[in-house]
Structure formats: C-alpha cells, structure tokens
Design a protein around this ligand. Sequence first.
Ligand code: K1U
Ligand code: ZN
Length: 192
Amino acid sequence: MVGRGGPADYMRGMSETQTGAPVLPILIHPAPVLRRTARPVTAADAEEIRRLVPAMFATMYKAPGIGLAANQVGSLLRVIVVDVAKDEPAPLALINPEIVARSDETATQEEGCLSLPDQYAEVTRPARVRLRYQDPEGARKEIEAEGLLSACLQHEIDHLNGILFVDHLSALKRNILLRKLAKAQKELKARA
Ligand code: K1U
Ligand code: ZN
C-alpha cells in the first residue's frame, strides 16, 4: 500500500519559484544534528509540519535523492519523505514512522546518503518491513515495503535515531569511507 497524492505530487522537476517551497541546505557528516534522536511530532507542531514537508520534498527532488529525514535539514522532528519511483512521482511523507514488523529474511542493497555525498556501500537489512505512521494531515496509516522502498524507509528511520548507513558496515569499511568523505570535503572547501 503506497500512498499517492498530497502536496508534493507536482514537485519533481519544478524549481523553488514554481513550487513556493524552499530548497533547504543539506547537512553533511559530521554535523552533530545527524547524530541526534528526533522527537515525536505532536498536534502543536502542525504549523511547522505544513512548512517543513513541502520544503523537504523540494530539497529531496533537487538533490536529487529518493529519501530525506528531517535531521538532514536541521529539524529534530520525526518526519521523513521518500519517493523511489522511476517514472511518475510517488511521494510519501511519513510523520512519526515506526517499524512494527521486520522479515527474518535479509536483503542487500547499495546505499548512498545525501549527508555523505558520493559515498556508497552495500548494506544488509531486513528484506521487508511494516510501518505505522501518520500522514501530514494526521491520519493514521500503515505501509508494507520491500526492495528499494524498504531499504530507503529503514535508512530514513535510522536518520531519525541518529544512525547513518555507515554504522551498518564493519569498522574498517566505515573508516575508509569516512576518511574518503573528509578528504573530499576538505578539497571542496579549499577550492571554494
Ligand atoms: O537519506 C538520504 O540521505 C537519501 C538517500 C536515500 C537512500 C538511497 C539509497 C538506499 C537507501 C536510501 C539518497 O537518496 S542517496 C541518492 C540516491 O540514492 C539517488 C539519487 C538519484 C537517483 C537515484 C538514487
Ligand atoms: Zn541518508
């Protein structure tokens, strides 16, 4: 059950001027907020959610990426957006997402992260997950996912708990990848 519709349906490929939603700066490792645990969204956050969700979609589509967690744009609310579709947009905004069931079977998928630019590695996770969440209007929903959507949802929920995909790798692989990232970021800054 993958929900369609909502405020981001029209956003893929559109500029900030066209959508009215700002593209936010994406925080790069080792930004401390990427290691913080996000807090549950409550009714008191409704106004902030109305602003944040369209901005997260605009930011994800512009990157481009297939997912984004609120920590990555500096917000500590439990909000993620995903769209793994190749052709027609299939945007999904999940508020307070919770994994309520995981398959014993695992699957290995190459993952990247907008907060660790140009770094990729194979990550093994449960192949299928069932999630409970609220949509941006506060309606309770459930979704079952497999394949890339399953990996992406698990990756984004990890972000809300301060976990990065490199934490699923061996210490050796993680250190190699993080050193490569630090070197690339240093070179970028030197050129700026
Ligand atoms: O959370 C993030 O940093 C977004 C990340 C999500 C993700 C990718 C792969 C597996 C699991 C989770 C990305 O979107 S990285 C960029 C990316 O994968 C991509 C970009 C353009 C086209 C297709 C994919
Ligand atoms: Zn990520």
